[in-house]
Design a protein around this ligand. Structure first.
Ligand code: GDP
Length: 360
């Protein structure tokens, strides 16, 4: 009380010569507090199921948050949305930087919304730790799709580890589906490990390549070509048309050399021009043929179930890792242990055991 008295005549009320408001705007403060209040699980779920995009964005922010109360809320929302999730085709898109991924996604997405689909675009870019998707999240790259009311674009979640970023995106897919998006595109940078993570969360994996150059030249690892369900040679326009044709033939021949996929699908090679919008319908048709074939053979559900098991284990690993490294005693002791291991005073195994004992 005394403190209050002391500050009674301080700013903002007593700046001399400046006209003061009669009172603080209570209604505005209430509105502000309401905005900051965490919505309830029911409120979030109801609005997500109704396709409310602002709420979907908000829920994704909760998924990405490091605050425990946010995470808990997000988990409950995901749980409640699960029965309404799963009804989309999840398409992973990869390719080296510059191959035309965002141009492709924009052209492909706009074609799909014209056909009456609802398209969500998510991204996995572990390099975007602080800037929240400097590479993939930049909405200006898909300016027309970003303003399409049947599309939803979300930059890559930030995170220290690929595992964490991937988990958030995987959960994001489920919420987008619950919100009624029937095509979910997951973009990846095409460098490093993110392709494998994306492959483990999508139904169909599309690799974009450039005409002419071999995969090594394009920085594509062999394993990635093997993961593809469809290879699209992009930029098949202008002077590139002939080269694109040759590349198409070369990749068709190369794919014959790979062992057949266990699900019975023979990977396809197509060409397209994202800039001219050509080849988009054929690629979409291929995804539809794929879905039909795999649903009939049972491999569609099989794969989704296997992916769910994979994510169960990933989730356990992630949570354990996060809790372990976030534990105060571990954080305190870790630098000394690292130093001791570096100087050869302690073996890695013994250090690990001591830290784990501290944790458990
Ligand atoms: P990303 O880094 O893979 O997302 O590639 P972008 O979509 O940003 O495209 C990189 C560059 O290639 C841009 O200058 C695009 O305009 C250009 N580009 C993309 N698709 C095509 C295409 O089909 N044909 C041609 N000629 N250029 C394209």
């Amino acid at each position: 009380m005394a403190k209050r008295q002391k500050h009674k005549n301080t700013a903002p009320k007593v700046v001399e010569g400046v006209q003061q408001p009669n009172s603080i705007n209570e209604a505005a403060i209430r509105r502000f507090k309401q905005k900051r209040r965490l919505p309830s699980v029911e409120e979030l779920v109801e609005k997500i199921l109704a396709g409310h995009r602002v709420t979907l964005s908000r829920a994704l922010t909760l998924i990405e948050s490091t605050r425990n109360d946010h995470r808990e809320l997000a988990e409950q929302v995901i749980e409640k949305c699960l029965p309404a999730a799963g009804n989309s085709i999840r398409i992973g898109i990869t390719g080296s930087p510059g191959v035309g991924k965002s141009t492709f996604i924009e052209a492909f997405g706009l074609m799909l919304t014209r056909l009456g689909h609802k398209v969500a675009v998510l991204a996995v870019d572990p390099s975007s730790q602080v800037t929240r998707g400097s590479i993939l999240g930049d909405k200006t790259r898909m300016a027309n799709l970003a303003v399409d009311e049947n599309a939803f674009i979300r930059p890559s979640p930030a995170g220290d580890s690929l595992g964490g970023v991937a988990r958030k995106t995987r959960e994001g897919i489920l919420l987008c589906e619950a919100a009624g998006f029937d095509v979910v595109i997951v973009e990846t940078v095409g460098v490093g490990q993110s392709e494998t993570a994306v492959h483990s969360m999508v139904d169909f994996f599309l690799l974009l390549l450039l005409p002419g150059a071999g995969d090594e030249l394009q920085g594509i690892k062999r394993g990635i070509v093997e993961m593809a369900d469809l290879i699209a040679i992009n930029k098949a326009d202008g002077d590139n048309v002939l080269r694109a044709k040759q590349s198409k033939r070369a990749y068709r021949n190369a794919l014959h050399l790979f062992p057949p996929k266990g699900n019975g699908w023979n990977p396809l090679v197509a060409s397209c021009s994202a800039i001219e919008g050509t080849g988009m319908e054929d690629i979409w048709q291929s995804t539809q043929n794929y879905r039909k074939q795999l649903k009939e053979s049972g491999f569609w559900e099989n794969r989704r179930r296997e992916q769910a098991i994979y994510w169960l284990h990933q989730s356990i690993r992630n949570t354990l890792g996060e809790r372990f490294y976030g534990h105060p005693s571990v954080q305190q002791k870790l630098p000394d242990m690292e130093k001791a291991v570096k100087q050869g005073e302690l073996s890695s195994f013994k250090a690990a055991k001591e830290l784990l004992d501290l944790f458990f």
